[in-house]
Ligand binder design. Structure first.
Ligand code: FAD
Ligand code: DHB
Length: 398
C-alpha cells in the first residue's frame, strides 16, 4: 500500500470517473477483478455536468447487471415513442408498436451518482483531483500510471489500462500517431441547452425540424425539463436570456406545443459544439479505450452515453474472461467488435443530425428535401421501423 492508502499494483487502472470508467469499475468489482479509478476532477464537478438523458434498453440491462438500477427503475420514465415535428405538425414514432422496445429517460448525472454511491459502498479505490496523469510502458505486460495530487506524486502498476477519460483525456493521446487513425466531421452549429424545473411540454420527446433551426424538447423527470435549440458557433450563453431562449424555442415548435410550453427560470444553460469523431484502433498494447475517449457523436440520436455503455459491456466481459482463465479472444477482438457497433451509431447520429438541422447551404430546396424525407419516415412503416431500431439501440452481436 502507498501512503495514500492505495495499492501500488492493481489489475486494471481506469482513467476517468465518467459513466464509462465508473460502470467498468462496478462491473469488474462485482466479478472480483481489482481496479483503481484515477479522475482529474472532483466528484462534485463530475456530477455538475449536465449531459445525456435517454438510455437504451441495452444500457438499462447493463446497469441492472451492475446492480445499480434500483433508483433508475423507481424514477426513470419509460418512453414508448418520440415525436417528430416539421412543417407545422407533429407525428409520433411508436417504438412499442414498431419493434416492441422502449427507451428510459434518466439523466447521466443520476447514472453517475448511482455508480459513485455503489463504488463507495464497495469501498473500491478512486483517486479524484489527480493532475498530470501519465501512462507508461503500454506496449509491455506491465504498464504504469503516474499522477500528482495534494499528497504528491504517485505511481500505480497494473496489467491493463482502461482509457475512459473522454475526448480531451490523456489515454488516446498516449497512442503513437503512427498507429492511430482518426475520422472526423465538425458541424457548423452547436446546441444551446436549458434545464429548468417546469413540467415537460409533452409526455414524450419532441425533435423539431424548422427553417429557423432544430429544436428538442426533452426532460429529466415529470417536473424537470431539458430544452435545446440549434445555435450558431459564434453564440455565447450570455447572449441568451431565458426569455430569448424560450421565444426561439416556441418559434420552432408546432402551435400546440408552443401554446403548452411552461417556462421558468433556467437552472443550467450551456452551449455544446457538435462533432462526429472516431479513433481506430480502440486497443494499443495494454491500453483499451472506451466511450468518448475513442469516439464522439453529435447528440441528436442520444447515442453518446449509450455507446460508452456498449463499449464497457464488451470490455468488462473481455477482462473478466481473461482473469477467469477463459482466454484472451475478447481482448484481442475488442477493438474490431466495438468499432463495428460504433460506426453504425455514428452513421445514425450523422444521418439524424443532417435530417433535422439547418445547414449554411440548406436553403429552400434543402428544407423541402428534409420535409419530404420526414414525410416519408412518418408515412412508411419500413422507414419508421429503421428509425425506431436505431433510436432504441441496435442489438449486440452476442
Ligand atoms: P466523460 O463523461 O467525458 O468522462 C470522462 C472522465 O474522464 C471525466 O470525468 C473527465 O474529468 C475525466 N478525465 C479527462 N481527462 C482526464 C485525465 N487526463 N486524467 C484523468 N481523468 C480525466 N450524449 C447524449 O447522448 N446526449 C446529450 O445530450 C449529450 N450532451 C453532451 C454535452 C456535452 C457538453 C458533452 C461533452 C457530451 C454530451 N453527450 C451527450 C455525450 C455523453 O455525455 C458522453 O458520451 C458520455 O459522457 C461519455 O462518457 P465517458 O465516461 O466516456 O466520458
Ligand atoms: C437529450 C439529449 C439528446 O441528445 C437527445 O437526443 C435526447 C435527449 C437530453 O439531454 O435529454
Amino acid at each position: 500500500m502507498s501512503d495514500a492508502g492505495l495499492p501500488r499494483r492493481t489489475q486494471v487502472a481506469i482513467i476517468g470517473a465518467g459513466p464509462s470508467g465508473l460502470l467498468l469499475g462496478q462491473l469488474l468489482a462485482r466479478a472480483g477483478v481489482d481496479a483503481v479509478i484515477i479522475e482529474r476532477q472532483s466528484p462534485d464537478y463530475v456530477l455538475g455536468r449536465i449531459r445525456a438523458g435517454v438510455l437504451e434498453q441495452g444500457t438499462v440491462e447493463l446497469l441492472e447487471h451492475a446492480g445499480v438500477a434500483t433508483r433508475l427503475h423507481a424514477e426513470g420514465l419509460v418512453h414508448d415513442g418520440v415525436e417528430l415535428a416539421f412543417d407545422g405538425r407533429r407525428h409520433r414514432i411508436d417504438f412499442a408498436d414498431l419493434i416492441g422496445r422502449h427507451v428510459t429517460v434518466y439523466g447521466q448525472t443520476e447514472v453517475t451518482r448511482d455508480l459513485m454511491n455503489a463504488r463507495a459502498a464497495l469501498g473500491a479505490p478512486t483517486v479524484y483531483e489527480a493532475s498530470e496523469v501519465s501512462l507508461h510502458d503500454l506496449d509491455t505486460d506491465s504498464p504504469r500510471v503516474g499522477w500528482r495530487d495534494a499528497g504528491g506524486r504517485h505511481e500505480l502498476a497494473c496489467d491493463w489500462v482502461a482509457g475512459c477519460d473522454g475526448y480531451h483525456g490523456v489515454s488516446r493521446a498516449s497512442i503513437p500517431a503512427s498507429v492511430l487513425r482518426t475520422y472526423e466531421r465538425v458541424y457548423p452549429f452547436g446546441w444551446l441547452g436549458v434545464l429548468c424545473d417546469t413540467p415537460p411540454v409533452s409526455p414524450e420527446l419532441i425533435y423539431a425540424n424548422h427553417p429557423r433551426g432544430f429544436a428538442l424538447c426533452s426532460m429529466r423527470s415529470t417536473t424537470r425539463s431539458r430544452y435545446y435549440v440549434q445555435c450558431g458557433l459564434d453564440q455565447k450563453v450570455e447572449d441568451w436570456s431565458d426569455e430569448r431562449f424560450f421565444d426561439e424555442l416556441r418559434a420552432r415548435l408546432d402551435e400546440r406545443a408552443a401554446a403548452a410550453l411552461v417556462t421558468g427560470p433556467s437552472i443550467e444553460k450551456s452551449i455544446a459544439p457538435l462533432r462526429s469523431f472516431v479513433a481506430e484502433p480502440m486497443r494499443h498494447g495494454r491500453l483499451l479505450l472506451a466511450g468518448d475517449a475513442a469516439h464522439i457523436v453529435p447528440p441528436t440520436g442520444a447515442k453518446g452515453l449509450n455507446l460508452a455503455a456498449s463499449d464497457v459491456r464488451y470490455l468488462s466481459r473481455a477482462l473478466v474472461a481473461h482473469y477467469r482463465g477463459e482466454g484472451s479472444a475478447g481482448l484481442d477482438g475488442y477493438s474490431a467488435r466495438c468499432l463495428a457497433r460504433v460506426w453504425k451509431a455514428v452513421r445514425f447520429s450523422w444521418w439524424f443530425t443532417t435530417l433535422m438541422h439547418r445547414f449554411p447551404d440548406t436553403g429552400d430546396f434543402g428544407q423541402k428535401i428534409q420535409e419530404a424525407e420526414l414525410g416519408y419516415l412518418v408515412g412508411s412503416r419500413a422507414a419508421a421501423t429503421a428509425l425506431a431500431e436505431n433510436y432504441v439501440g441496435l442489438p449486440f452481436d452476442d
